[in-house]
Design a protein around this ligand. Structure first.
Ligand code: PEP
Length: 253
């Protein structure tokens, strides 16, 4: 079975004390996730080491960053490299979140470079893709997402792509309270798997976890995660509340 993942994206939220309390609440809840289920907490950079420390010894909890730079090191004031993240034992990195694409002009080519540097440093990318409302209304979402995949990750070989997680996040559903229906999510996830299968074969395509993101909450997680090609979620707002996120973790199939 593919890995089923509940990934929290805290974005640029929480002060140190609040971050500390949220981590404590998650750890103290002592949720046992069996087998192939895991949780990733993508926290702001200043809290990565704290999260690593707090989650030490907790089963199936991994720590992620929300971004990294395209270069290995050097005179790039304010940036964080993949090798720095690796040296802090970070496990995952979110690459290509729609907020980074929109506010920081991250193109498919920049993301191609970020993916490569993550893999070179043994970090697992959570690659985000997804269409805007305009694209969805024009019924061009499949073509749009396929281009995102082709231009940023389909240059990888089959072994590299196995280290990957993909998150389908329709932009119109992020932070809007407007969730894609479970059927809309399934339809796109099946399409993404077909694109992967055409390039890498069915075995590889079936091994890659594809998460859904966009207003996932405790109330809708079970239905969405229950779909055959949905392998969990990337969760923004609802991941800032311990009991809500714990229920989402418990909704993994
Ligand atoms: C996200 O930031 O990746 C996200 C899906 O946010 P939200 O759950 O708040 O829609």
């Amino acid at each position: 079975m593919r890995k089923q993942i509940a990934a929290a994206n805290w974005k640029m939220n929480l002060g140190l004390e609040e971050a500390n309390n949220l981590l404590d609440s998650l750890v103290q809840a002592n949720i046992e996730l069996s087998g192939d289920r895991e949780t990733v907490l993508a926290v702001p950079f200043p809290y990565l080491l704290l999260a690593k420390e707090k989650l030490k010894g907790s089963n199936n909890f991994y720590v992620g960053a929300q971004n990294c730079y395209t270069k290995e090191n050097g005179a790039f004031t304010g940036e964080i490299s993949a090798s720095m993240l690796k040296s802090c034992n970070v496990d995952y990195v979110i690459i290509g979140h729609s907020e980074r694409r929109e506010y920081f002009n991250e193109s498919n080519f920049i993301l191609f470079q970020k993916i490569d540097i993550c893999l070179k440093n043994n970090l697992k990318p959570i690659f985000c893709c997804g269409e805007s409302l305009t694209v969805r209304e024009a019924e061009a979402q499949n073509q749009y997402v396929e281009t995102q995949l082709k231009e940023s990750l389909l240059h990888l070989d089959a072994n590299e792509v196995r280290n990957f997680v993909i998150a389908y996040e329709p932009i119109w559903a992020i932070g809007t309270g407007k969730t894609a229906t479970a059927d809309q999510a399934q339809e796109m996830h099946a399409f993404i798997r077909k694109v992967l299968s055409e390039k890498y074969g069915d075995d590889v395509a079936q091994s890659i976890s594809i998460l859904y993101g966009g207003s996932v909450k405790a109330a809708n997680a079970k239905e969405i995660f229950g779909k055959p090609d949905v392998d969990g979620g990337l969760v923004g707002g609802a991941s800032l509340n311990a009991s809500e996120f714990i229920q989402i973790m418990q909704s993994l199939k």
